[in-house]
Every structure is written in C-alpha cells, then in structure tokens.
Design a protein around this ligand. Sequence first.
Ligand code: WTA
Length: 680
Amino acid sequence: MPHARFTHLLNQQRSYLPPEHGKSSAWICGEEDYTAICRQALEDPQDFWNARASLLLHWFKRWDRVLEADEVNHKYRWFTGGKLNAAFNCIDRHLISGRRNKAALIWQGEDDMAKRCYTYQMLYTEVCRMAHALSSLHIRKGDQVALYMPMIPELVIAMLACARIGAVHTAIFSGYAEGGVRSRIQDARARVVITADGAIRAGKVKPLKANLDPILEKCPSVAHVVVVRHAGIENVNMKGRRDIWWHDLVDDFTLNADFPCEAMDANDPLFLLHTSGSTGKPTGIMHSTGGYLTYAAHSTQWCFDMRDDDVYWCTADMGWITGHTYGVYGPLALGATTIMFEGVPTYPKPDRYWRIVENFRVNILYTAPTVIRSLMREGEAWTERYEHNSLRILATVGEPINPEAWHWFHKHIGDSELPIVDTWWQTETGGAIISPMPYATRLKPGSACKPLPGIDAAVLPSPAQDGEDGDGAGHLVIRKPWPGMMLGVFNDEAKYQSYFSRFGCYESGDGARVDEDGYFWILGRIDDSINVSGHRLSTVEVEAVLTSCPDIAEAAVVPMPHLLKGEGIYAYVLTRDEVPWSDALRKSLRDAVRRDIGPLASPEYIQFVEAMPKTSSGKIIRRMLRKIAANALEELGDTTALANPQALPAIIRGHQNLLQGLPESAPAEEGGEVFAGGSE
Ligand code: WTA
C-alpha cells in the first residue's frame, strides 16, 4: 500500500459524540436511527431508493423500474422509464412551494463590496433567458456545452440553462491551462463554450477568453463562444460570427419568457466532468439526470442535515464535482440557500472565510482540509475577529483531514462542539459515499466514518496478494450500485469497464482500512493519481508534459507529503545525452507544466537522475521513487529485483542534496554546470 503515511491516523484514540442540541429535529437523529435505516436500506435497496426518489424530487412521469442491472456489463440504470428535469427540480417547483422570494444563490465577489443575490424567482428568469439564448445558438437536447468560467453566478445559470434544455454541460476548471482545457473541449466535442473575459484571483486577472482563442483553433466542434463581461478587460478580441457577449445574447429575450423544461429520461446524461485517471487522458465521467439528482439531494440532506432555513456554503470551485453536487444540484434541489465565493481564502487577508460566515450568517460550511491548513497557519487572530456562532455543521472533502487540522477546525471554528463531517467520495460516485451523519455518528478525527445508508462499501485485499497490503489495508470498493454512480465514461467504454475488472464491483482506486468499530480510514490513491490540495491530478499527464520537452528522455512523477497541500508533486527526470542539469532547465520544465496543465500541477521538486530504477523488463519502479520522495528509505523494500540496483544510492543522494539545497552529482564524467535545486 503506497500511502501508508496515513496509518498514524489509525492510532487516534479520541472520539467525539454528536451534539445533543439539535439532535431531536435532525433528519437522522442518533446512532440507533442510522443503524436501523442502514439495515433497512441494505435489506431492500430498491424499496429504499424508491422512497427517497419519490420524496426528494418531482418527476414528470414516475419510473417503471427502480433499477435495471446488467451485471455482466456492469450497467446500472436507475428509475428507468422515469421523466424529470433537473432545472425544474432545482428552481421551478420552489416557485410554487413558498420559496419564490427565498435567496437561492448568494454570490460574494473577490472584491468585498461585490455581492449579488438571486432569489428562486430571479434565478428562474435568468435561467430561462439563457436557455432561450442557447437554443438560439442551435443547442438542443444531448449537445455538449463547455463552461470555462470563473466562480460567478452566470456559471450556475449556464449549468441550469443546459439542464433545462437537456444539453450536457461540461465544466472546465478555470485554473487549467492550455492542454487541460483543449483536451476537455476536444473530448467532449463541445458545440458552444461559455467563458468570461477574465477570472479574478488574488488580485490578478487571468484572461480566460484570450487564453481560449488559440485553443479553439484546435477544437473544430466549437461553433460559438459566449463571453461574460466580468473582469473589466478592455479590447477583448471577439471573432466575427463565432463570439457573442452574454449580455447581448440574453438581451434578445424578454424577462418573462418561460423556457419549457425538456422532459428528460432518468438516464439521459445531465453533465460530463473530466477527472484525472490513471492514464494521461482525462476521463469524462458522465452522470445521469434521475439517479444523480436523487443522490445529490439525498446526500445533501443527510450529510449536512439540511433544513429549510439554513444558509449553506460549499467552498469548492464549480470546476470540480463537489461544486456540482454540493454547490448547485444538491442544495438547490432541496430549495436551500447556497453561497458562491469567487475569491481565495487568504486574499487580501486571511479573514475572507470568516467574514463571509459572519456576513451571511452561514450555518453549514463545507470546505477542504488544505484550506483549513492554510488558514490554521495564519493563526487564530483572524478567526476571533468574527462571529461564527451561526455555524451548526462543519464539513470537509477532497483528502484525509489530518488530526491537527481537524482539532484546529473543531476548536477554533466549531467552539469544540460542532460536528465535523468528513465526506469521502469521488467524481465517479456523484455524491458522498462514506461520511458521518452529523447528529448520529461518533466522530474519530481523520476517519470518514461509515458508509451512507444504502451504500455497501468494503475493503478488499488484492486478488493476487502482492505482499504490500499489510495491516488489514486493502482496496476500497462499493459492492452494490447506488443512484449517484456514474452513467459511464464518455466515449471510452474500456475505461468504464476497468473500474470493475479487478473485483467485479466498483473499485475506487483508493486504499483504505476498516477498524474494529467499522470505521473507514482512507489511505489515499493506489493508482497513478496525486491529490494536490484536494485536486486529483494524473502523474501520467505530468510525465507526458515533461517528456515532451526535447531535453528530457524520461520522467517519473510521484506524490510527496506536503504540509499544506496534503500531497505535492515530485518529479524525477533523466536528461538526454549532453544536456546539462541546470536550474534554468528546471524552470523551463515547471513552466511547461504550468502552461499545459496549470499551476496546480507544478512540481515542488524536480530531481535530475542519471538513471531510473527499473525492472528487468525495463519498467520504471515508481514505488521506490515514491518512498525516496517521501523520505521513507526504510520502506524501500526488496531492491534485489532491480535491473540496475546501482542507480538507487545516487538517486537517494541526489534527493537529499536537493532537499538541502546542495548541488546534485553531475550526469556524466565531464559533467555539466550543476546548480542547487529547491522548491517553489
Ligand atoms: C480523495 C472529490 C480522504 C480520494 C470529491 C478520492 C478523500 C479522490 C476524501 C477523489 C476524504 C476525497 N478523505 N480522501 N474525505 N475525499 N478524497 O474525483 O483519494 O476530485 O479518490 O472527487 O479524492 O477526487 P475527486
């Protein structure tokens, strides 16, 4: 198990009981309640999901069957025959349920004075206008629309307008650079891209539209680009008939123009979202309309104990699945008030989150461990300035929360009493899979606790024991289908099947352990992914950029423990003959990664090596490189199988020198100019 570094978490003895106050009115009001529901849900899952889907959503037509399962091909179709529309569920039905003038979406811009609030009625109006607008661009049910946008309300409006038409939206994180954006638009074959003149981030403007222009030359599927004026960039280059300003486009449609919702089949795709898989190519995860939305509403209600008067804030960017499920679809399906924040936690000062909590009296805060660690580093003075007694539930996602951060969050934000809901899940799972129920679960810091009712999660040993799964650790799998499960992988059936090939059921790619109380402890990715600040990146993708540089012969990219980011990227590179090792080369490699994938993927360390450790069949042994990067030399294991054991001592020496800022040894006898390395 490569990520054994989290095993120290298993020794955490202390646990925390759920709060008494609020328990009696909670959706799941205590451990017995939870256990009874779990039992019932596992005994008759179809009955359970049948009830949840009926209760939580409005269906134009009820389903014929709760689940149609093709176990041979691992195809699971939920609520077959059912008809619904996600936008109708997230907006229209609230107009007649007494929530018409309730705040649906509150937006806080990076500038503290920039705030916007949309009631459900206002959201309805804007979504209808945009649906008309997209329709005027010939977007129809089943077409793909890419959203390369900053965190602004137009992004939510665009998502829901697509849902209203039945178009499939595919959001692209605005922090991605050229390669990441291009490959996603191309893979999705998007017909329209919606973007903005620029994204504002920590006081700087990133020109999204200008970045997009050269990319679009290689994306022939794109007929139109819709541009939101947001960052005040002047002289935006608008290309002839292709590019249209958002405000001009919607201006053609009156404010009272209803756009009728398309009645979607429960298994029509709602959206496509790419994630980094174990190959270099991003994996286009497809989610269904009926099953996904049911699961989004269901898990939002139970994990966050969502009540009608709650103000809820999920801090995730809409470019990730968390933004989709818990920033938009889950809360809006429940008729809640959701907050959207454009800025970063620490700009201009590290008080942004606490200001927002006080300003809007946030009740539920859902964020990432990496954010907590960065705010923790700034000290409590920033948190103490603001009232946060409106908070009722704290929650995290994206990576294991280390006990230090857990305790800090609990003490300084949760006044030592609020529950911390550590949710484990993935793009593929649609919603939270393992998570405490805030008023029912005894918490153990660092553990995501137990599966949600209706979820059959388990930890299985490798089918062919490779001797690495010590300590009861194994592969985290989900044995039975659930409604939030991905519909498929866009245009890549083989990739979809690969999730099921090893165990015959869904394999998450994470390692985990279950303790004696049935609590799950996530140990991190087993496959070739790195989790940087809760963002999943593919090592193969980074390696591909490095080796595309003419000076580089081979590259191996591995995760390394990082105090703030959880994991950082450590790259070993082998230069081509005669190419000297230099800091300039390091910089150009980093620049290449930033340019192609984005700053998020920039390696912390780049180590030049004379040779990679290899098997006799010539495969790089990344497992050993990972141990070296993590300074876990005692865990290197059996090195006798190496084809070139002499390579290891030099790599270890090079690593130590790199960390200490000393020169690495030269690649060849005569050597080149050698410089000390360092992290950014
Ligand atoms: C990791 C994000 C530990 C895990 C929702 C998973 C976590 C990957 C947790 C999915 C958690 C997510 N504890 N690890 N609470 N939540 N992960 O697809 O490795 O962007 O496989 O979905 O993040 O990342 P993704």
